[in-house]
Write a protein that binds this ligand. Structure first.
Ligand SMILES: [Zn+2]
Length: 161
């Protein structure tokens, strides 16, 4: 409940590389793409690979968050993931993406009449396919433990609590 409580880490850390850093910052290499970054980095700046071990439950939650806007919202409110930056990032990204998709769909539905039916149908099919593709990619990335940022949506999700 209290925001001042220290958050627990993600289970045991396997590597005993926990010597007190005194001089220069320790650099680590991303096992996924080879980008070099400070040891303190949570995510690879190159490809979004998570540098801290993620529990399967966290990856599952992040993937499930993309299921619908409802799933994303529920996960944002779950106390278990209150302090989990990884899960919350994906949940926010899902909520934002779904919100825009639903609003656009509603607007398109209202605007469409018989004359525009063909255009609307084509646009609708294209938009649905694009959303399906995005959805598959995002769910997969979340499941693989990656912080995959969409251009606009990812920026906003990053800033949200
Ligand atoms: Zn990387």
């Amino acid at each position: 409940m209290d925001a001042a409580l220290p958050s627990p880490t993600n289970g045991p850390i396997n590597s005993p590389a926990h010597s007190p850093a005194t001089s220069a910052p320790v650099l680590v290499k991303c096992p996924h793409c080879g980008t070099v970054m400070p040891e303190s980095a949570e995510f690879c700046p190159g490809c979004g690979w998570s540098m801290t071990p993620l529990a399967p439950g966290e990856r599952a939650a992040a993937a499930v968050a993309y299921l619908t806007i409802v799933a994303g919202t529920v996960i944002l409110f779950l106390p278990a993931f209150r302090k989990n930056r990884f899960v919350r990032f994906h949940a926010w990204q899902s909520v934002l993406l779904w919100a825009v998709f639903l609003v656009l769909s509603a607007v398109a539905l209202r605007l469409s009449d018989v004359a525009a039916a063909m255009v609307f149908l084509l646009f609708g099919i294209l938009a649905a396919l694009a959303m399906l593709f995005l959805w598959i990619v995002l769910t997969l990335k979340a499941w693989q433990g990656e912080r995959f940022e969409l251009p606009l949506f990812g920026d906003l999700a990053e800033r949200l609590p």
